[in-house]
Design a protein around this ligand. Structure first.
Ligand SMILES: [Zn+2]
Length: 453
């Protein structure tokens, strides 16, 4: 058993049920769990194994939760031919490049994406891997994330309807539905951990309406629901073409299509939902279906602006997702939260559409709820020890010390100073402790060049 006391925190943002913000705060951690939250002077004289004295120079908050990503795309950012495309042409441009992915590329791009996320404040992420050419498997990604120490929800994605069947991806990139289901079951039985403070859970995630069949959607749902805590995830209502495809192919709007497949429920979350109808928003709220809001990608691909304020007002669980690194083209979660904040105000042309604190809530509690977790998202006794610290003596915070909590969103500091995940210090004084960035960057750039050629 080991204990850690983090003390003299300038502002401790708990995000707990009372939304307490504590000046000169402290956290007591035992192994991977938070035991006490309060003011430094309340902690008394306790003997601990390690003390981190932040000297009233940091703001500390729960680690941020990323609800949608495609880590492998880190090797194909800003590809010239795909810079000025909308969703379908962007995909069709990149599929042939992604067809050259290897196990080594999955491993390296995963670590790079995880590193970027962690430096930007993320402590839990889901990832959606739906393409398995050559020797690629989800196992590569899982091992890679375990090594860097990020809390992880691994999605076994899939594509089964190729061009010849009226789908979008080339036939060479799709798998048979029998193989997909067999591998999904193998992965759940090998890796899924539904215990409290779990570092790894499995998700089944057929890619999108235009790349899988209704049958695979139904069978994936049945398989996931035969195991406790295995959730369902896919892309939905991303842009107008996506809605048109759904109407033409299935005779249903995306929300109704999802409902017809059994894909609404508290164990389901959908990425984007830019073009979700008002009726579907109500259905999402009533069924506790979650949404991953990915504003940068939606702007980059000219998909539109998701009606986040309307969703929240209706009671829909919304989290933030950076989306894949080829349509963002970054993996900076705090930046994504800031973008969500600004874009919500643009959409409604209202300066009260969302506040900075509500935005932080989306990125912490909101994301935790979307991923079905009750052990992360806020700081309180019994919660997982996932927290991040930003140094206030940095350029981004200058002139904002009257409200450093709002400044996190308004001013967007570039990187965390400390990050703890499951009680382990994964970033110290701005440096990752679990991976050497220099060699990793070199490997990724070599692999990216190989893919591009
Ligand atoms: Zn996506």
């Amino acid at each position: 058993m080991s204990t850690l006391l983090v003390k003299h925190i300038h502002t401790l943002v708990t995000m707990d049920d009372q939304r307490r913000e504590i000046r000169d705060g402290a956290l007591l951690v035992q192994d991977n769990v938070i035991r006490q939250v309060g003011r430094t002077q309340e902690m008394g004289e306790i003997a601990v194994d390690e003390v981190l004295d932040l000297q009233n120079r940091h703001i500390v908050l729960p680690g941020l939760v990323n609800t949608h990503h495609h880590f492998y795309q880190t090797l194909t950012r800003a590809v010239p031919a795909a810079q000025d495309c909308d969703l379908f042409t962007w995909l069709q441009t990149l599929y042939p490049i992604w067809a050259n992915l290897t196990s080594e590329a999955i491993d390296a791009s995963t670590q790079m994406a995880a590193a970027e996320l962690m430096l930007s404040g993320c402590t839990t992420s889901s990832d959606h891997l739906y393409i398995f050419p050559n020797d690629c498997t989800l196992d590569d990604e899982i091992r890679s994330v375990q090594a860097i120490g990020l809390r992880f929800h691994a999605s076994r994605g899939s594509m089964s309807v190729g061009e010849s069947q009226g789908g979008l991806p080339p036939d060479s990139l799709v798998e048979t539905e029998a193989d997909i289901l067999k591998d999904s079951q193998r992965l759940i039985e090998t890796y899924h951990d539904n215990s409290r403070h779990s570092m790894l859970r499995l998700v089944l995630a057929p890619c999108s309406p235009f790349s899988v069949s209704p049958d695979l959607m139904r069978e994936s749902a049945a398989l996931a629901r035969s195991y406790p805590g295995v959730r369902l995830h896919t892309h939905l209502a991303e842009n107008k073409s996506d809605v048109d495809y759904s109407l033409e192919k299935f005779g249903l709007r995306p929300g109704d299509y999802a409902e017809s497949l059994g894909w609404l429920g508290k164990d389901v979350w959908h990425a984007h939902c830019v073009q979700l109808s008002d009726a579907a928003i109500q259905k999402f709220a009533h069924t506790h279906t979650g949404v991953a809001h990915c504003p940068c990608s939606n702007m980059r691909l000219a998909s539109g602006i998701a009606p986040v304020r309307k969703m929240r007002a209706a009671g829909v669980n919304v989290g933030i997702g950076v989306d894949g690194a080829a349509s963002n083209d970054a993996s900076h979660l705090l930046q994504e939260a800031r973008t969500a904040f600004l874009l919500a105000r643009v959409r409604d042309q209202s300066a009260i559409a969302i506040t900075a604190r509500e935005t932080l809530e989306l990125a912490t509690r909101g994301g935790a709820q979307v991923l079905g977790r009750d052990d992360i998202g806020y700081l309180a006794p019994g919660m997982s020890a996932d927290f991040i610290a930003f140094n206030l003596d940095t350029p981004a915070f200058v002139g904002s010390h009257h409200d450093v909590v709002a400044a996190l969103i308004f001013c967007q500091p570039p990187a965390v100073d400390y990050s703890f995940i499951n009680g382990k210090k994964v970033i110290a004084q701005g440096r990752l402790t679990t991976v050497e960035l220099g060699p990793l960057i070199e490997i990724c750039n070599r692999l990216a060049a190989d893919l591009a050629s």
